[in-house]
Design a protein around this ligand. Sequence first.
Ligand SMILES: [Zn+2]
Length: 213
Amino acid sequence: MKSIKNEAAVCCPNHCEEFDVEYWSLISADQDPDLKTAAMGGELNLVQCPQCGTFFHHDSDLIYLDAPAELLIFVFAEKNRSQEQELRTRMQRDYEIIKNTLAKQLQIDYPPICVFGLEALKNILQEEEKHAFESEAVAAAAAAQGLQVVRLKPSYARSHHFPYYVPAPGGKVSANAYALAASKVLKSGLQSKLLLNFKDQMSQEGVAIPLTL
Ligand SMILES: [Zn+2]
């Protein structure tokens, strides 16, 4: 899926004369990593008034999709915060449309996240990056212990606060075997709250084995 750009007439915070801007309304992060970087750096949809030179963000609705990471974010304009209920209803409708048409080949089987404003999007992406870094450290530590590494389903890992990668159990696959493999990696000295949480959850009685890719 391609990213989509729109045009609008905007006015700067100093109320100079209106001018036309181009802004992104749909970001396909895996296709356009530069736009992801811009969103993380706070430069996405940043415009400058040609008259007074003030920089400001064009405040409008935006959809952010990172299909491989199973991350779908509806970013609503700050100015519409008071209409949250209405927007959530619309989001649900838009989500069904995206799921069934535009992105059918992407197999979106995970719920969207809904936030207001580009600052909130930036925060989610920064958290996401931390989560990815910690997951890579888990994978490296598991490999150093001579263990195989499996990738969890990203949306499942995110919602359960698990690492995206976990050590695979040797032998018979069970939740407890996953817990034991995680325990082995933690004992090697790795500091990871995500893996610790994974180990604790997998140690629970009757818990289902994790969703892997
Ligand atoms: Zn201005």
